[in-house]
Design a protein. Structure first.
Length: 143
């Protein structure tokens, strides 16, 4: 696979090393892309749900625009996970933040397919907040 002939999606993930590979694999499969631009912060979803005025939030949005505009990213997956050091809280509290994060992102990237992912204690990735049915990819998928 040439690095000049690529398809991308965007992951907004925790910085936790345990969740990088599972989220990368899930996002590649879900969006049918070769590569995943990955933007991380400790406990990513809190910056997109409850601390939206933080410098981290502005940086995440700016970095996401680079992925969308320069790489033609097909969509965005935002992830939260079990045992998050950067965002300690119950699974339900984190999933509530995840839903808020998806809403926050959809308001800013309206044409973009956006999903929320939950990584459980076994490292399995679940789609906690699916894209609306029939929502097109931002970029036409190759036939
Ligand atoms: Zn974490």
């Amino acid at each position: 696979m040439s690095i000049m002939d690529t398809t991308f999606a965007t992951a907004l993930n925790c910085m936790d090393g345990r969740v990088q590979l599972p989220v990368n694999a899930a996002v590649r499969a879900m969006f049918g892309v070769a590569y995943v631009d990955t933007i991380t912060a400790p406990g990513m979803v809190r910056f997109l749900a409850d601390e939206c005025d933080a410098a981290e939030t502005k940086a995440v949005l700016s970095h996401t625009r680079v992925s969308l505009d320069k790489h033609g990213s097909r969509g965005i997956a935002v992830a939260a996970h079990h045992d998050c050091a950067g965002n300690p809280g119950s699974e339900q509290a984190q999933k509530d933040q995840l839903a808020k994060a998806v809403t926050f992102l959809r308001a800013r990237f309206a044409t973009c397919r956006i999903v929320g992912l939950w990584v459980d204690a076994d490292g399995a990735v679940q789609v906690a907040v699916p894209a609306p049915s029939g929502h097109p990819d931002r970029v036409e998928a190759p036939s």
